[in-house]
Design a protein around this ligand. Structure first.
Ligand SMILES: Cc1cc2nc3c(=O)[nH]c(=O)nc-3n(C[C@H](O)[C@H](O)[C@H](O)COP(=O)(O)OP(=O)(O)OC[C@H]3O[C@@H](n4cnc5c(N)ncnc54)[C@H](O)[C@@H]3O)c2cc1C
Length: 324
């Protein structure tokens, strides 16, 4: 059962920031993740501040540089089907389309998608784990088949978002409003690894709100895709996945971003794989070598070594898909 809370729906960003400054207040977007956390007593909230009345946080518009600005309250369904996103940022559209179910994509927002809390069953369950202020990560010696193979250290959950890897790959910028005004953070720096601070997943401070996400214009000859591997075709989180964004010059790769999902507590860039792709033509030979490099530094736990091969396969398939 849901606990009792006060629900407020301000009409302006300034009012929402002010309301979120009160103790026990939390931002409510689509509620698809938040309400589950409250129901399961993962954390509490005295007040939910709905962001749904803030018109400027909705929709997708052209940026001055030719890129796109996506309001944080834009639904995943709208991101997935927007013609400009589909045509120019296909990996992001595919990530949004592969998240959850049609109903959840209609209700869930892209802002909520990148701010959603860990899905780890110890964190969500009745365990006083490190992320909840306890002493250890229960996954290390426990049921860890769905946990991290990269970057776990203190806490081994996997980042649940299917849009975040594409945003990192696109060098997107996250715009934030808070008590001290507005600021912008590269998507790559928005997510906080447990080794840096295992009490938080993002750089958001108290009462800060993600307002919009800026997708920079991409150079000509940029190609991208997102490959998600999951246990079943219907809604399911990624067991592993790869967002790949590549810019070509004279048929050779001159810029590469390879970002993994489902295998690390943050969208996991693999610079070794990106370097292995630079200067090469897209094709079967380079895809296989790059996939090896992507999986190279994995450190599986007791029950999730199978993910190493999934990473290999996801990266190889993504690269072959954009090879044309
Ligand atoms: C059954 C199920 C399956 C799912 N499968 C997938 C999947 O396969 N892939 C995937 O990516 N996701 C999946 N999800 C997660 C779902 O996509 C996210 O829950 C959704 O995108 C969250 O958006 P929301 O608007 O509902 O966020 P909410 O639930 O409203 O908020 C989530 C969190 O983000 C915070 N928040 C929300 N918006 C903002 C903002 N603008 N600024 C600051 N903080 C904010 C809230 O305070 C809360 O802590 C699944 C969820 C469920 C319930």
């Amino acid at each position: 059962m849901l606990p009792t809370f006060t629900y407020i729906r301000p009409n302006s960003l300034a009012e929402a920031v002010r309301l979120l400054g009160a103790p026990g207040a939390r931002a409510h977007a689509g509620g698809t993740d938040l309400l589950g956390c409250l129901r399961d007593r993962v954390f509490g909230a005295g007040t939910l501040v709905s962001l749904s009345g803030i018109a400027e946080m909705r929709g997708i518009r052209r940026a001055l540089d030719g890129g796109l600005v996506v309001g944080a309250m834009t639904s995943l369904a709208e991101v997935a089907s927007n013609p400009e996103v589909v045509a120019r940022y296909p990996g992001l559209a595919q990530g949004a389309a592969s998240a959850a179910s049609p109903q959840l994509r209609g209700q869930g927002t892209i802002g909520g998608n990148i701010c959603q809390r860990p899905r780890c069953w110890y964190y969500r369950g009745d365990f006083h784990c490190a992320r909840k202020g306890g002493e250890k990560c229960f996954a290390v010696e426990g049921e860890n088949q769905f946990h991290s193979i990269f970057g776990g250290e203190v806490c081994f959950y996997v980042h649940p978002s299917d849009t975040a890897p594409a945003l990192v790959g696109l060098d997107a910028v996250i715009r934030i409003a808070g008590p001290s005004g507005a600021r912008s953070v590269p998507a790559d720096a928005f997510f906080v690894a447990p080794a840096k601070d295992y009490t938080r997943e993002t750089v958001l401070g108290p009462a800060e709100i993600v307002t919009e996400i800026v997708l920079p214009a991409q150079p000509q000859e940029t190609r991208g895709t997102y490959r998600k591997v999951r246990a079943r075709g219907a809604w399911d989180f990624a067991l592993a996945g790869a967002a790949v964004v590549v810019t070509l010059a004279d048929h050779r790769v001159e810029r590469a971003r390879i970002v993994l999902s489902g295998v690390a507590p943050i969208p996991w860039r693999v610079p070794a794989a990106e370097r292995a792709l630079m200067g090469h033509r897209l094709g079967a030979s380079s895809a296989s070598k790059v996939a090896d490099a992507a999986a190279g530094n994995a450190q599986p736990l007791g029950q999730n070594a199978y993910k190493v091969e999934l990473v290999r396969g996801a990266v190889e398939e993504a690269l072959l898909a954009i090879a044309g």
